[in-house]
Design a binder for this molecule. Structure first.
Ligand code: HEM
Length: 478
């Protein structure tokens, strides 16, 4: 039986009720239509606050967050628009845009005091512990309808639903992307915040081929059709190569020393010292609530590879966080990823790949791209975060030093197990990559890197863990 999960394509009819984040082979994990940039007129008070909110406004003057005036302005100006939300419930695109906009206001409101303290060189301290009814009620309502947690999410809000095209006729290219909402430098498309968001979008714009390749490989394994499996894997490699290439542009588009100022606003509540008891959503419940923050960890491309390639994760509390992250993504992405996991297990895809040396090599090369993605990530974390901040948890609430290495070491270990199965492979590496691309490396070269990264990573994790433990101890004794 073939993989039967419904996936849209360029010819599929899209109606107002189609959920924006429905998996497709032409848009991949991006929304099926570009996000609406403006809300219906009845949301004018929300629009007005969000336009005045960024630290630096479009004309260079300071916005509400720069002066610490957002909280009081919300309390003074914002009416409860919950009833308005209901009126647009049949338009999934508008619902998602309303969700995006309330989530920006919500995060800015809760984290404004932390931003002000951070600017003074102090720790984040406490955020606001109560969310006023005028944000809490419409946010809870819209997120129920749009299918998200009532807190800013990566796909539905900050990253993948936060762009418009400067010139719609030019399509989705990097230089044509503009932000809809921002915390820091208004909508300036060359700010570090804009670069951070746009690189995510540009990477995900290559996920259509990742999805079709994955489905073809899965169908090859399910029907024991090796040429089909190998063809799917080659498409998957092609897509991963491009995704990694775009990821590497992050260094230039979003500067390491520009990251920590807007980062304050994308933290969550779960596992964060700013919200030790959670946050009370007034008018919804007096019981405090907690949600994870916006994080690329909620992107669906790497989880698709993990599930398709059956990458085993260790049985650790860190892996439980990985599983928890998987709730924080659009419902259709979640269902698709689960279906891939189930079907890949049913087909014993890894076993099927290892039964043939050429398929095994394609499988190893796919793991190598996942390794490359996760290794670059570790480098991002070192250069953008560890060098600038002592805060122990990432925006999604995972431990900053140990969490990414948990998954990276799992990939490195699996590659070492898989290598012997490629011994007699006849795959021409250049058939799947440019001569100078990472896919062109021979297996010995790849494996030498894997072994050196295993050692380097362990040493770096030990070093950062020790440094941070001694910092924490000197703070306690001073
Ligand atoms: C300056 C750039 C970046 C930094 C500093 C960064 C930082 C982080 C951190 C600290 C985590 C840990 C999870 C948490 O938030 O609690 C994480 C996870 C993750 N991020 Fe990023 N990230 C960056 C760019 C990206 C980009 C462009 C993508 C593309 C989709 C991405 C995708 C992911 C994924 C998939 C994970 C989970 C990794 C895993 O499963 O091992 N990140 N990121």
């Amino acid at each position: 039986m073939e993989f039967s999960f419904p996936i849209l394509n360029a010819n599929s009819p899209i109606s107002p009720s189609t959920m924006p984040f429905t998996v497709s082979t032409h848009r991949g994990f991006l929304p099926v239509n570009n996000p609406p940039a403006t809300l219906p007129p009845s949301f004018a008070p929300l629009e007005s606050l969000l336009t005045r909110m960024p630290i630096v406004l479009a004309d260079g003057t300071p916005g509400l967050l720069a002066e610490g005036k957002l909280g009081e302005t919300v309390e003074k100006e914002l009416p409860d628009l919950s009833e308005e939300v209901e009126k647009y419930k049949d338009d999934a695109g508008i619902m998602n845009a309303i969700y995006r906009d309330y989530s920006f206001l919500l995060s800015a409101y809760l984290l404004e005091p932390c931003h002000l303290r951070f600017l003074k060189g102090e720790g984040y301290g406490l955020g606001r512990q109560r969310l006023p009814e005028v944000i809490a009620k419409p946010m809870v309502k819209v997120s129920e309808i749009a299918g998200f947690k009532p807190f800013m999410e990566y796909a539905g809000s900050y990253a993948l639903y936060n762009y418009r095209l400067a010139d719609p006729s030019l399509g989705l290219t990097y230089s044509n992307l503009r932000l809809i909402r921002a915390f820091e430098q208004g909508l300036n498309p060359s700010s570090s915040e804009a670069g951070f968001v746009f690189v995510h979008i540009a990477m995900v714009s290559h996920s259509g081929l990742l999805i079709s390749g994955a489905v073809q490989a899965l169908n090859g394994a399910l029907t024991s059709d090796r040429p089909r499996f190998d063809a799917g894997m080659k498409d998957l490699l092609e897509a991963l190569k491009e995704i990694n290439r775009v990821m590497d542009t992050m260094w230039g588009k979003s500067k390491p020393n520009g990251y920590n100022t807007f980062r304050t606003f994308i933290f969550g509540i779960t596992s964060q010292s700013m919200f030790p008891e959670g946050v009370v959503y007034e008018g919804v419940s007096e019981e405090p609530m907690a949600f994870r923050g916006e994080s690329g960890a909620n992107d669906s491309m790497i989880p698709l590879c993990d599930n398709l390639l059956q990458i085993p994760m260790p049985d650790t509390p860190l892996t439980e966080i990985l599983q928890d992250f998987r709730q924080y993504r659009p419902g259709n992405h979640r269902e698709f990823l689960q279906a891939v996991k189930d079907q890949s297990e049913k087909a014993s895809l890894k076993q099927f790949a290892l039964e043939d040396p050429d398929s095994a090599e394609l499988y190893l090369r796919a793991l190598d791209y996942v390794r490359e993605f996760r290794w670059r990530h570790w480098c991002f974390t070192r250069e953008y975060i560890l060098k600038f901040s002592k805060h122990p948890t990432a925006t999604g609430g995972s431990p900053i030093v140990t969490w990414l290495p948990n998954q990276l070491q799992a990939v490195l270990a699996l590659m070492i197990q898989v290598e012997p199965y490629c011994a007699n492979a006849t795959v021409n590496p250049n058939a799947t990559a440019d001569a100078d691309g990472p896919g062109a490396k021979d297996i010995q070269e790849i494996m030498a890197l894997v072994k050196s990264q295993q050692v380097t990573l362990s040493k770096e994790v030990a070093k950062y863990t020790a440094e941070r433990a001694s910092n924490a101890a000197s703070v306690r004794t001073s």
